[in-house]
Write a protein that binds this ligand. Structure first.
Ligand code: ZN
Length: 311
């Protein structure tokens, strides 16, 4: 249904060294760099978007890499784990790959009757690979080292850690159209039936948990997906009616968005499918050049000398 929240759009996190981040996500994990641009509020910093071949919503993890960023800390009021969907039978490939690449990882475990493998990126960001019980038809990006039979398909879920889940659960169920589907320990699972993939939000209730510290290796915000600007503004009205502060519509070049802080403390964004990433380069070219918003084109040569090399 076109007027609903269609699962996750993207997740944005904070990294340290740009080249290390680029190497990890493109080479080790085999994702596609879909867009290489700058932080619109701080153009001397990159903004990387990693995803599948087309840069489809629900596959996009973005980073602001700051070379000297201090280390953050996961805690309450934060997205604390990102789950990627991988093909059946691929987890052993990934476990061995993480061994070879000295990537911090856990053991293959089961949660909600699905196998998953937890690991960390070089900045300590928590990630997991999950074999979904439901078929995931999304075509992944393929590289020399990470072939289609094992490649990451896009997001499966995101986990939020909260002292009390109720206020956040109310936003998910009463505004966003998610339903409670199960519990394991202190993890409560919510899912939308508006879309088949990237449709799950897990809430961890941790009453004694200290607030997280947003810095390197932590998530900055979670963006939910809407079809277009009309639906975006319908949701703005619903959120305002509930008494939350929310921004005006912001043009992010590749989507339009709104931001609000949900009552558990996590920064939520709503982002549109339109216009998408193939606006200033073709699908084939995605991520190949430094793309700047119009206001920074005049300082392109300066930025190209300041921004760190990725090769
Ligand atoms: Zn965002």
């Amino acid at each position: 249904m076109s007027n609903r929240i269609k699962g996750l759009h993207h997740i944005t996190a904070i990294a340290g060294d740009a080249k290390r981040n680029y190497d990890f996500y493109t080479r080790v994990l085999g994702l596609r760099l879909v867009k290489k641009t700058v932080n619109f509020d701080d153009p001397e910093t990159y903004h990387f978007y990693y995803g599948n071949e087309n840069g489809s919503p629900g596959t996009i993890l973005t980073f602001f890499p700051w070379a000297n960023v201090r280390k953050g800390r996961n805690g309450s009021g934060m997205a604390t784990e990102i789950g990627y969907s991988v093909p059946t039978g691929s987890l052993e490939f990934w476990r061995q790959r993480f061994e070879q690449e000295n990537i911090t990882h856990g053991e293959i475990t089961t949660l909600f009757n699905e196998q998953y493998l937890p690991f960390e990126d070089p900045d300590g960001l928590n990630l997991t690979l999950i074999v979904s019980a439901e078929t995931d038809e999304r075509a992944p990006w393929e590289t020399d080292q990470v072939k289609q039979t094992v490649a990451i398909k896009g997001f499966y879920n995101v986990t939020l850690t909260l002292r009390s889940i109720k206020p956040t659960a109310t936003v998910l169920t009463e505004i966003f159209g998610y339903s409670f589907v199960g519990q394991e320990g202190n993890r409560y699972r919510y899912k939308t039936d508006a879309i088949d993939t990237a449709s799950i939000i897990d809430l961890i209730e941790a009453p004694m948990e200290a607030n997280g510290l947003g810095a390197g290796g932590t998530n900055h915000h979670v963006a939910f997906r809407v079809e277009n600007e009309e639906v975006l503004m319908e949701f703005r009205e619903k959120i305002v009616k509930r008494g939350f502060q929310i921004t005006q519509k912001i043009d992010r070049n590749y989507f339009y968005s709104l931001y609000f802080r949900e009552p558990g403390g996590v920064l939520f964004e709503l982002a549109t499918d339109n216009p998408g990433f193939a606006t200033d380069e073709t699908i084939q070219e995605l991520g190949s050049g430094l793309r700047l918003p119009a206001q920074y084109e005049s300082i392109r040569s300066k930025l190209e000398t300041i921004l760190p090399s990725l090769v």
